[in-house]
Design a protein around this ligand. Structure first.
Ligand code: SAM
Ligand code: SF4
Length: 327
């Protein structure tokens, strides 16, 4: 057992998404039921020291990039402590955060000072009433203000993620895309995944990426673009003529990008999941708390990483909400 971490299909694993909590201060219609989910008991959740311990053992095996996610990671107290610990692991060269943005204006500078490189912020609407309806929260959240605060704090590049839902927010596609004329931001449109208990958001709500691109092309001509210099994941990027930033599509429903998938996930309770959509996971918390080396557990987890997910085969019955698996 030596050499870089590879799965059974030869893919090298260099990217880890770390969920630091399964809880959230929003209840987005596509992600969580109004009453929330059955939360993990606090004692099951890895401490920051334990998370950093997992990363420190993975880093010499090839791990280079980290994303802190949730649930909503910014509701976990003193998140900057974790960022500092991760930053001090020499092999790690990129640390990003996925957030709904609500707490970004107050936290961006602290997180940046602790060593955070960049953020991906969710933004499903630019209209105050609709933001409340989608997040199911009576909030004054202003996504433009939050993204600007992150940019001013030096978090770069700024990526905004829009989950597109037909009849709910797809009439704002062009408004979002126009933001790229004024800001060097990367606006990514994500195909809705009908997951978990969100039965009202059925396949009819999914807007395929080809249709999204066709509609964006009505504003200005759209040419393929390289996308942001850092963290080019599964999105395909384009630039509207004359724009500073880019628009992108992430297409879990209409195309798979499993062949180049180099990521694994650590759940808040310390399980390594090798595919967002499958049930393959290995418990790391028990060996970690017993002081055992984790490498054999990483390797056995990777041996089960599926070649591709089954969403397209419509085998969606068992999907867990993304907040539970570190979406
Ligand atoms: N709370 C943070 C946030 O909202 O960015 C991080 C966790 S959230 C689960 C991660 C990403 O998953 C967000 O961009 C969110 O929009 C996306 N997501 C959650 N449920 C989804 C669904 N059913 N379909 C598509 N994207 C989804
Ligand atoms: Fe919370 Fe993010 Fe899920 Fe919305 S998408 S409910 S912000 S975890």
């Amino acid at each position: 057992m030596s050499g870089p971490l590879r799965d059974a299909h030869g893919r090298e694993i260099e990217y880890l998404r770390i969920s630091v909590t399964d809880r959230c201060n929003f209840r987005c219609v596509y992600c969580m039921p109004p009453a929330g989910l059955e939360w993990l008991p606090k004692s099951d959740i890895l401490s920051y020291e334990e998370i950093a311990g997992v990363v420190a053992q993975l880093a010499p095996l090839g791990l280079r990039r980290l994303r802190i996610t949730g649930g909503e990671p910014t509701i976990r107290p003193q998140l900057e402590r974790l960022v500092e610990m991760l930053r001090s692991i020499p092999e790690i060269d990129d640390i990003s955060l996925s957030t709904n943005g609500l707490r970004l204006p107050e936290l961006a500078a602290t997180l940046r000072a602790a060593g955070l490189d960049r953020v991906n912020m969710s933004a499903d609407s630019l209209r105050p009433d609709r933001i409340k309806a989608i997040a199911r929260r009576n909030t004054d959240f202003d996504p433009i203000f939050a993204a600007t605060a992150a940019e001013r704090a030096g978090l770069s590049p700024i990526k905004l993620n829009v989950v597109v839902m037909r009849g709910i927010n797809d009439d704002e596609l062009l408004d979002f895309a126009r933001l790229t004329f004024e800001h060097d931001w990367h606006i990514r449109f994500i195909e809705l995944m009908p997951v978990g208990e969100m039965r009202e958001l059925t396949w009819e709500r999914v807007v395929p990426s080809d249709e999204i691109l066709e509609r964006l092309g009505t504003i200005a001509s759209l040419t393929p673009a390289i996308g942001p210099a850092r963290g080019n994941g599964p999105a395909r990027y384009f630039r509207l003529e004359g724009a500073l930033g880019t628009v992108g599509v992430i297409t879990p429903m209409s195309h798979t990008y499993c062949g180049s998938c180099n990521r694994v996930r650590l759940t808040a309770d310390g399980r390594l999941r090798t595919c967002l959509y499958g049930d393959e996971e290995v418990d790391l918390r028990t060996p970690l708390r017993e002081g055992l080396p984790l490498e054999p557990f990483f390797r056995s987890a990777l041996a089960t990483k599926p070649l591709e997910h089954q969403l397209l085969q419509m085998r969606v019955g068992g999907l867990r909400a993304l907040s539970q698996v570190g979406g």
